[in-house]
Design a binder for this molecule. Structure first.
Ligand code: FAD
Length: 266
């Protein structure tokens, strides 16, 4: 049994966010971190590994420095890592990214009891599209927003978070789940893990590796294969300081009502 976890390296937006003159993120000048939801997906995979003996494979599409992140995830306990990297893949939007990741998952191979895990969304793109798109392209059943996962043979019972509660879903493997932070508390690297991570299998899949997959051709990957076009990008104007009103007496309430009425909000 295998658990494949899709992990994205993202700019660390807790620090200073650098923007290019054309409005795009200046990724090169910013520190990178592992996308937070993806750490929950890795932790879920490592917990299932402890219960079932599964092999955990972490996979990322990105430039060569993403190797550092993948080694760190192996130091946390993943068994194997794959970096999908190549000039042909650059400029991919979510449609093309999921096309390439689906082809890479085909290359690794999915068997009966295997599971693909993704984070719910990446903190830079924030679309939450890549996981569900991979499932569609691989024709896998999918459950998004997983807050609890219990495996029993070829069936997973997944508690998924909704806006106003939870829903419990049973799904058969192979399947894809997207994970949220409520699922678990990611573990740290262990000292022995740090020693071992450089001797664990690490592969790079480039265009040559994936080009024979039916999902891959020049019209489905990279900038040319990306149907999304950005017309305009801008920094939203800063919100004003706002106005504070204190007290629950009649006069204050009337004053508040008058202000809201003046703005046609009530
Ligand atoms: C026209 C266009 C051009 C773009 N060009 C570039 C570019 O040149 N370079 C660039 O870095 N970005 C580029 N992007 C952004 C890039 O397409 C998205 O960041 C990427 O598709 C993931 O979408 P998201 O961030 O919304 O992820 P989400 O859909 O929110 O991510 C959900 C989950 O999918 C998985 N996932 C997402 N992306 C990856 C990945 N790369 N590897 C492994 N798992 C992943 C993770 O598990 C993640 O938690 C471009 C976007 C557009 C629209």
């Amino acid at each position: 049994m295998k658990i494949i976890v899709c992990v994205k390296q993202v700019p660390d937006t807790s620090g200073k966010v650098a923007v290019n003159p054309d409005g795009t993120l200046n990724r090169a000048s910013m520190a990178t971190i592992t996308n937070p939801d993806d750490l929950n997906a890795v932790e879920a995979a490592l917990t299932l590994k402890e219960q079932t003996g599964a092999e955990v494979v972490v996979i990322s599409m990105g430039p060569p420095p993403a190797e550092g992140m993948l080694r760190e995830l192996m130091a946390r306990g993943a068994d194997r890592a794959v970096l999908v990297s190549g000039r042909e893949f650059g400029g991919s939007d979510t449609y093309a990214t999921s096309q390439i990741l689906a082809a890479a998952i085909n290359k690794i191979g999915l068997e009966d009891e295997d599971i693909v895990l993704c984070g719910r969304q990446a903190i830079d793109g924030d679309t939450a599209q890549v996981g569900p798109q991979i499932a569609e392209k691989l024709n896998l059943p999918q459950v998004s927003y997983a807050a609890e996962i219990v495996k029993d043979g070829k069936t997973l019972t997944v508690k998924r978070m909704l806006e106003d509660g939870y829903m419990t879903v049973k799904v058969s493997t192979p399947c894809l789940l997207t994970c949220i932070k409520e699922l678990n508390e990611p573990r740290y690297m262990s000292v022995s893990g740090i020693f071992e991570c450089y001797s664990k299998p690490y592969e790079v899949f480039d265009y040559e590796t994936l080009k024979d997959d039916p999902l891959i051709d020049a019209t489905t990957i990279g900038l040319k294969g990306s149907p999304t076009n950005i017309f305009k990008s801008f920094t939203p104007p800063q919100k004003g300081a706002g106005m504070m009103m204190e007290g629950a007496d009649k006069a204050t309430c009337e004053q508040l009502a008058a202000l809201l009425a003046a703005k046609h909000l009530i």
